[in-house]
Design a binder for this molecule. Sequence first.
Ligand code: NAD
Length: 323
Amino acid sequence: MKTPITELLGIEHPVIEGGMQWVGRAGLAAAVSEAGGLGIITALTHPTPEAFGEEIAAVRRLTEKPFGVNLTLLPTLKPVPYEAYVRVMLDAGITIVETAGRSPEPFMPAFLAAGIHVIHKCTSVRHALKAEKLGCAAVSVDGFECAGHPGEDDIPALVLLPLASDVLSIPIIASGGYGDGRGLAAALALGADAINMGTRFLATREAEIHDNVKQALVAADERQTSLILRTFHNTARIYKNRVAEEVVALEKRGDVTIEELAPLVSGMRGAEVYKTGDLDAGVWTAGMVAGLIHDIPTVQELVHRIVAEAEALIRERLCGVLI
Ligand code: NAD
C-alpha cells in the first residue's frame, strides 16, 4: 500500500505504533519498524532525559528503519522537564515526533528548525486544524474508541475522520479502535492514510510486559474499559479493574480532589501491572479494541496479517460490490 503517510515517513505499511506509557520501549518499536510500520518509543516512559537518550540509541542498535518518539503533554502528578526531553530528541537527530495531549506550539519552532516531521495526536477537528496551522506534517486523529486520552467531545471515528479529512490538507492517521485489516480498510475509506495502534501491539510477543496483561487483553471483551478523570476534564480510557472501579465510584461523589485520587491513578503504580502481572496493582491503559484481540502474535505476523486482510477486503469485498 502506498499512501501520503507511507511516503512522508518512508515506511512500507500504513501501520503506526501509538505512544504508550510504560510500553513504548526499544524492543517493540524496533519490531514494528522492522515489520515495515513505524515504531514509536515514548519519552516519559524513561525516568530521566538521559535514560530516554539511551533508549533512542537502543532502537538504533536494533533497526536502521525509520522510527519516531512520542511526547505526551498532559497534567502529571510530578513536574516533567519537557525541554530536557526535547533537547535529547534534537541532539539524537530524531526525525519523527508524535506529540499528544496539549498543543505542541511551544516546541514547534525547535522541531521545524531541525526538519522534524511532527505528527500531532488530537481528538477534535478544531485541534487538528490548529496543528496543521502550526506546521505539523500530519495529524493522528483519535476517536472515542481509543485507549488513553479520548478528549472530552466523545466523537467516534465514523464521524470524526470524514469531518477531519473534509477540512485538512495534511495526511491523517486514524487512531483508536484499530486492530485488524477491517479497521485499516475502513480507516482508508473514511479519509485516513494510515492507522495507529496501541492496545493491539500490547498483545504481541515483543511487547516487554508481563504475559498476564497480554492474556487479559485476549480474554477481554469490548466493554472491559472504564473512563476515569472525567471530572477533571482529563478523561482516560483504561482497563476496567478494581482500581478503575474505585476511581469511578469516588468521582461519582462529585467532590473528589486529584490529591485524593493520586495514589490510585498514579502512573508509577500502574507500571507495576506491566512488571508483575498483577492486573489490580494500579490503572493500566487499554482500548475497546480489546474485544477484537484473540491472540498474541509476533509484530511481524500482526502487521502482515492486517495489511493482507485489508488488501483482500478492498480487492474482493469492496470492489466486488460494484456492478
Ligand atoms: P501521572 O502518574 O503523573 O498521572 C496519572 C494520571 O493522572 C495521568 O492520566 C495524568 O494525566 C493525570 N493527572 C495528573 N495530574 C493531574 C491533574 N492535576 N489534573 C488532572 N489529571 C491529572 O502520569 P503517568 O501515568 O506517569 O503518565 C505520564 C504522562 O503520560 C501523562 O501525561 C499521562 O497522561 C500520559 N499517558 C499516556 C498514555 C498513552 O497511552 N499515550 C498512557 C498513560 C499515560
